[in-house]
Design a protein around this ligand. Structure first.
Ligand code: HEC
Length: 122
């Protein structure tokens, strides 16, 4: 008898807990999306200005309204975020390294932005 009450209580507690978990998990999703948006906005800003030389001087990226013609057209290259980050850290050919000019967070934001804006995001 006692154990049945305990079992019922446990079942009830589990239901309450799962409702709580669902309630806690949901607000996390929009928070992540907002984070993404902030990163993309920072990435776009850095692409156009804020670091010298700016990406836009050398690259074309339609979403940013950039028409540079020294480096590859990013809309055609469609690099994923890892490829952008690698170019930023190490430099490549005529492209300088940005390792000492950008923080890790800025490199991440820029890489996310370029991969999404060019259609290269995986
Ligand atoms: C001075 C001109 C110049 C600037 C400024 C410049 N790039 Fe480049 N970028 C190049 C050139 C040239 C290449 C091609 C290098 C090669 O393949 O030899 C390149 C290549 C790339 C690539 C392709 C890498 C690969 O793996 O093929 C990406 C992505 C890229 N740049 C992103 C950026 C971003 C983002 C910025 C701004 C922080 C930037 N570039 C600034 C000239 C530039």
């Amino acid at each position: 008898m006692r154990s049945t009450i305990q079992q019922r209580f446990m079942l009830h507690a589990m239901r309450v807990a799962s409702v709580l978990v669902a309630g806690l998990a949901l607000p996390v999703l929009p928070a992540l999306a907002a984070d993404d948006r902030a990163q993309l906005a920072l990435g776009k800003k850095l692409f156009l200005q804020g670091v010298v030389p700016s990406c836009a001087v050398c690259h074309t990226l339609q979403a940013a309204g950039a028409e540079g013609a020294v480096g590859p057209v990013l809309d055609e290259l469609k690099p994923d975020a890892a490829r952008v980050a690698k170019a930023l850290r190490n430099g490549l050919g005529q492209m300088p390294s940005y390792k000492d000019k950008l923080t890790d967070a800025e490199i991440e934001a820029l890489s996310l932005y370029v991969s999404k804006a060019s259609g290269g995001a995986k």
